[in-house]
Structures are given as structure tokens and as C-alpha cells.
Design a protein around this ligand. Structure first.
Ligand SMILES: *Cc1c(COP(=O)(O)O)cnc(C)c1O
Length: 369
């Protein structure tokens, strides 16, 4: 899509500028050391839906609190979905995002599963474009920094009956983020949860919904208590297969150079980073398989050296090495516990495309400003 198409798209959003945007000096100091998810830009994009009118009132307005009736459906039955993406500033000052069509389509799939109305890809792109153009000064320009974009939708009808809401709100908020690995790439330790599952067959695991995250918080707390930074979930049916982390997909690299990742069973979230990595590795001619990965096979491989690397991936951290796997009766270090070469090279290739340092042969980048 060309920049002029984008101009047309975002024109459908009426911009009501904030009467009190943060002064330049304050914004600059907030941008200097952004901490993930704590600082938000001056505006938010918003579209309302009612069963009769459909999507209407496309606008950008001052960022601020939402007023909710205590009976608002989302507060009771968690009918809510979201997305996560980033706007990257390139050296020439232009601002781009990565595969936003994939996020738009995933939001539509999540909406179907949560019985929320689908937002068109056009409205999705327009909302993100309109917000980033309005708050373009909030897109940081430091190394590996970006503006994190959080589109989300919730059931806004005030009604306690159990049925899909007849009203919904869609918003996009934005938060500047610094380099995820300020002091270099740090491997994370993983607690493999054997007591709790994140998602089951037929459940909402493939949808990006707040409820999945709510279910992952207690196991995440358990991981901390066990001295680990993140939790990895197993399949709910057998408790034997690796699924994913609370918000990141997992890859395993063999000593023979082959790569595998859990296949999409319906309880795993299909990450945009995951699909991009699969595509890049396959182009390299590497043997890449999406399959069932038993925990016992993974642990045996780590112990006998046939597993060379384990890493996690997602929009926020791009690619993160997993240095250690622990559970109730095991605690193993992956290779020497540091970031491996496959993970590092894939991270460099992805970020080079995202920051405009490398060509974009797949047409993954979409210019916003
Ligand atoms: C968002 C998310 C991911 C990563 O998806 P990306 O599109 O790569 O950011 C992985 N797992 C879960 C559960 C998620 O919610």
C-alpha cells in the first residue's frame, strides 16, 4: 500500500487534538528512558460499535480515562481482545510498522471467537495510522526503540445477562518503549508449569484475549517464586507437549541446525513473529518443522547436547534466548546458557528489516508517516 492510500485511509478518522498535550521538554524527558507500558502518548484512536449502527464515530481524541458503568459486560464476563505491534522510526525520519495486515486479521479471528464485532482491515490500518500521525513526535529515534501500539476491543454494553454485548468500543493506545535488552541480549529462565494450563482444545488459546493472560498470572507468579522469569505451558490434554509462554511462542534449534516449533493446535497463539521467523528460516533452506514437541524429548536433547538453542519470540522482545528450563523434578541449562547463533542471526535479520537497515523483499513493512 502506498503512502497516499494511507492518507486516504486515515482521513476517515476525525482528529480532535488534546487541549493539554505534554510540553516538548516533558515529552523528550519521558522519551529518554521509556519503561514498557508506563507512559502513554497524548491521544488515542477510537471507534464505537452498536448492533444497529455498526462501526461509527472514527476519531482520534485526547488520551484519558474511560468512564464505565459498573454493569459493563467486559468487567463481568471478560469479553475483550487485543493486539500488540510497534511503530519504528527509520533513519530518514519516516515511521513504519511491521505486517499490520496480520494483526488486523488476527484481531478479526479473535473477535469471532469472543463474539465481538469484526473491525475491517481498512479501519484497523486507518486507526493506527491516524494515531501515529497525530502523536508522531512520540515515536522515539534511539537505537532499538519504538512506539508500542496496543489496539483493543471490549464489550461496552451495561448489561449483566450472559450473551454477546450489543455495544463495543475499539481503541488504540500507544506507549514509547526503549530497547528491550538495554544491556545486551539476556537469556531468560523458564519455569515449566505442570499444575496449570493456559488454554485447552476448543478454548480461547488461539485468540489474543485478556482472559488468557488472566489465567497465566498465577502460574507466572509461581515461576517467580521458583526463581524463574517466565512460565512455559504444556498442552492441557496430556500435560506432555510444549505449547508456549504466557505471551511468546517457542522455538527449538537442534545441534544439526534443524529448527522446530510447536504446531498450531488451536490452543497456541499464532504469533506474527513466529510466522516471520518460520518464513526466514525456510528461505535459508533450513529444515523447519511445526510439530508436537514432548517436554521429555526437549529435556533429553538439552541434556545430551542434541538441542543447541531454545528461544522465545514475540513483538515486544522480538527474540529472547531461553538459558534455563526448570520444573518440579528437573533444572537444566541450555548449552552454555547464553544466546545462541541462530537466535542472534534471526533477531538481527528481523530488526534490520523493521528498522529499515535491510531490504524488505517480503513487503512486510507498511509506512505510517
Ligand atoms: C501476542 C502473543 C504472542 C506473540 O505474538 P506476536 O504477534 O509475535 O507478537 C505469543 N503468544 C501469546 C499467548 C500472545 O498473546
Amino acid at each position: 500500500m502506498s503512502i497516499s492510500d494511507t492518507t486516504d485511509l486515515h482521513a476517515s478518522f476525525e482528529v480532535h487534538r488534546s487541549d493539554s498535550p505534554r510540553p516538548d521538554a516533558e515529552r523528550e524527558s519521558l522519551l529518554a528512558t521509556p519503561k514498557f507500558g508506563t507512559v502513554f502518548t497524548d491521544h488515542m484512536a477510537r471507534v464505537s460499535w452498536t448492533q444497529g449502527l455498526g462501526w461509527h464515530d472514527r476519531r482520534v481524541e485526547k488520551y484519558g480515562p474511560l468512564q464505565l458503568d459498573p454493569a459493563t459486560a467486559v468487567l463481568h464476563y471478560a469479553q475483550e481482545i487485543f493486539e500488540g505491534m510497534k511503530a519504528y522510526r527509520h533513519d530518514d525520519g519516516s515511521v513504519w510498522t511491521f505486517r499490520p495486515w496480520a494483526n488486523a486479521e488476527r484481531l478479526q479471528r479473535s473477535a469471532r471467537r469472543l463474539a465481538l464485532p469484526e473491525l475491517s482491515t481498512e479501519d484497523f490500518l486507518a486507526s493506527v495510522t491516524a494515531l501515529v500521525r497525530t502523536d508522531v513526535d512520540w515515536v522515539p529515534s534511539g537505537d532499538e526503540t519504538s512506539l508500542y501500539l496496543r489496539p483493543f476491543m471490549y464489550a461496552s454494553e451495561a448489561f449483566l445477562g450472559v450473551r454477546p454485548s450489543m455495544q463495543a468500543e475499539y481503541l488504540v493506545i500507544a506507549s514509547p518503549v526503549g530497547s528491550y535488552f538495554a544491556g545486551g541480549v539476556q537469556p531468560v529462565s523458564i519455569w515449566v508449569s505442570e499444575d496449570y494450563a493456559r488454554a485447552a482444545a476448543g478454548g480461547t488459546g488461539a485468540a489474543k484475549c485478556g482472559g488468557n493472560y488472566a489465567a497465566s498470572l498465577l502460574p507466572q507468579q509461581e515461576a517467580y517464586a521458583r526463581g524463574c522469569e517466565q512460565v512455559c505451558f504444556l498442552d492441557a490434554a496430556t500435560g506432555t507437549l510444549i505449547e508456549e509462554l504466557g505471551g511468546m511462542n517457542v522455538f527449538v534449534v537442534g545441534a544439526d541446525g534443524s529448527v522446530s516449533t510447536p504446531r498450531l493446535t488451536g490452543s497456541i497463539l499464532e504469533g506474527v513473529t513466529r510466522s516471520s521467523i518460520l518464513e526466514l528460516l525456510r528461505e535459508d533452506g533450513r529444515e523447519v518443522t511445526e510439530r508436537d514437541i514432548p517436554l521429555t524429548e526437549l529435556l533429553d536433547g538439552v541434556r545430551d547436547g542434541s538441542v543447541a538453542e531454545v528461544f522465545a519470540c514475540g513483538t515486544a522482545a522480538v527474540v529472547t534466548p531461553i538459558g534455563r528450563l526448570a520444573g518440579t523434578d528437573f533444572d537444566v541449562t541450555v548449552a552454555d546458557g547464553s544466546a545462541g547463533p541462530v537466535m542472534q542471526s534471526i533477531r538481527t535479520r528481523l530488526t534490520d528489516i523493521q528498522y529499515g537497515r535491510a531490504a524488505d523483499p517480503h513487503g512486510w513493512m507498511h509506512r505510517l508517516v
